[in-house]
Structures are given as C-alpha cells and as structure tokens.
Design a protein around this ligand. Structure first.
Ligand SMILES: [Fe+2]
Ligand SMILES: [Fe+2]
Length: 295
C-alpha cells in the first residue's frame, strides 16, 4: 500500500514535469526540417554498426556499394516500423484518453498524441521522399481479446514502452553519428528528444499499472503477462530483420539470409544489447522473470 501511494505521487510529479517540457520545447515540425530534394545513394544511411549484418561475416564479405544500399533500405524500413508502431500506439492512447482510470494522465495524453502524430508525419515523409515507399507492416497483431481491462492496459503501455525504447536505441546513436547526412541526424535526434519524455512516462505508468493489478490476480495470470511480454520483446527486435529489405538491397535469397542472421551468435549479442535497458527495467520491477530467454 505505501509503495502504491509513493508511486502515485511519483507519477504526478513526472506528469507535471514532462508536460512543462512538452510546452517549453514545442516546435513546428512542418517548418523545422529543410528536406533536401534527394539524398545521395552512395552514403551510409545509418551507422554501419546498427545494421543487421553488423557482427557477422557479411559486414566484411559484401562490397561497400552493397552495404550502403542495405543501409538505405534498412533505414527506410526502420522509419516504416516507426510509422506502423505509432499508428498502433495512437489507437490505444486515444481509446483511453478521458476515460475512467486515466484522469491524471489525460492532460499528458494530449501532448503525447500531438507529438506522435507529428513523428509519424516526419518518418513517413522521409520514407516517401527518399525511399519512394513505406514498407508494409508485417508484424503480428498483439492485441488480445478476453483479458481483464487492467491487464490489457498494462500490456498496451508495456508494448508502447518496449517499442519506444528499441527505437530510441537507434535514434540516439544515429543522431550522434557525425558521419551521417544532417537530415538523417536531425530526424533521429529530434525524435530522441521527444521520446525521452515518453519513455520516462512509460516507465512510470507501467510500474503503476503493475502495482495496482498484482494484488488482484493469481500467480498464473502474472506468469502469462511475463510470457507475453518476453515473447513481445523478442518479436520486436526480430522485426528489424526484413526479407523485403534484403531483397531491395539485392540479396539473392532474402528469407535464408534473414534466418542466417537471426541464428548468428554475433546478432544474438547485438539483439541482447539493444534490449538490455528494457529487459533490466522489466526484470527489476518483477514484471518479467530473470530467466526469460530472449535469444
Ligand atoms: Fe515518437
Ligand atoms: Fe513516443
């Protein structure tokens, strides 16, 4: 009980602080970016160390031209994943704004929905302008029916947090990589700035929702939540590996290529690194078990 009330006041303080930051740092995305008409093909579109071949022999075996083409399509795919992820999270947050149980959060939800709409716009603009398309969403749907509303909300905000933290791993590093084109760095660093508020909020609300539901549900239910989120973490990081991208980059057997990469020990290590901060958060708060096998 004291733990729950401490967390309640902690979320209120967090909300006040991040709403203030949202207002103070508000920018007009439609005027912020100077989009070049085109970007050179022969350049790194993302840092080589963030590509799905990093840590495997392919990073040496493919020519620089092939790797640069792969970096282009992997970056267009990464921004496409953002577009689809944002659509999903907007639906869920809009469904909850000004409904019972979200009285305190609703003011922040207005900022969140507004900011995410703008993120979706600049990611989609990048894809369409420089890739001529948005990759189709191939990720399985994770909405679950016939689950209690409090558990559903925990799963929804956990999925949002996992998505935002994985994206942020890339945004932070791409934004800082001085060898990349300024527009690529700008899109990523601006997104990183906004997402640090969303992630701060996400961690608070996930902890609060979990604290509220633990006394109400049997152990087996909590184990189902644990298994669901562990599967979701793994599926999320694996969604970065796209056969459509490998095909666009000229890889002859894109499905086999994907399987080979996913099984490569160097990639398992990278995947674990991408997920580390998030897995630590969920295990530290007792939401997923230490034994969760994410490889
Ligand atoms: Fe975003
Ligand atoms: Fe966000």
């Amino acid at each position: 009980m004291p733990q729950t009330s401490t967390r309640t006041s902690s979320i209120e303080q967090t909300l006040d602080r991040i709403i203030g930051m949202s207002i103070d740092t508000y920018y007009n995305p439609y005027k912020t970016f100077q989009w070049p008409d085109e970007l050179p093909e022969a350049q790194w579109w993302m840092s080589p160390g963030l590509m799905t071949v990093a840590g495997t022999p392919y990073a040496e075996e493919l020519s620089e031209t092939q790797l640069m083409a792969l970096s282009k399509w992997e970056s267009i795919h990464f921004y496409s994943l953002n577009v689809h992820g944002i659509r999903e999270l907007l639906l869920e947050v809009v469904k909850r704004i000004h409904t019972p149980g979200f009285e305190k959060e609703s003011e922040f939800f207005h900022h969140f929905v507004g900011e995410e709409n703008e993120h979706m716009w600049f990611f989609a603009t990048f894809c369409l302008k420089y890739g001529g398309k948005i990759y189709v969403d191939k990720k399985a749907k994770w909405a679950i029916d016939s689950v209690e509303p409090d558990i559903e909300s925990l799963l929804v905000f956990s999925r949002i947090l996992i998505f935002e933290e994985i994206v942020d791993y890339f945004n932070l590093r791409i934004g800082r990589d001085e060898s990349l084109h300024p527009i690529i760095r700008q899109v990523n660093s601006i997104h990183h700035q906004d997402e640090s508020r969303h992630i701060t909020f996400g961690r608070e609300i996930v902890k609060q929702l979990f604290d509220q539901l633990t006394p109400k549900h049997p152990q087996e239910k909590l184990q189902e939540v644990d298994q669901y989120l562990s599967r979701y973490l793994l599926a999320s990081v694996q969604s970065l590996y796209s056969p459509a991208v490998y095909r666009d980059a000229g890889v002859p057997d894109p499905y086999r290529f994907r399987t080979e990469l996913l099984e490569h020990p160097g990639r398992r290590e990278h995947n674990a690194k991408i997920l580390k901060r998030t897995v630590d958060f969920f295990t530290h708060n007792g939401i997923i078990s230490e034994q969760a096998d994410l490889r």
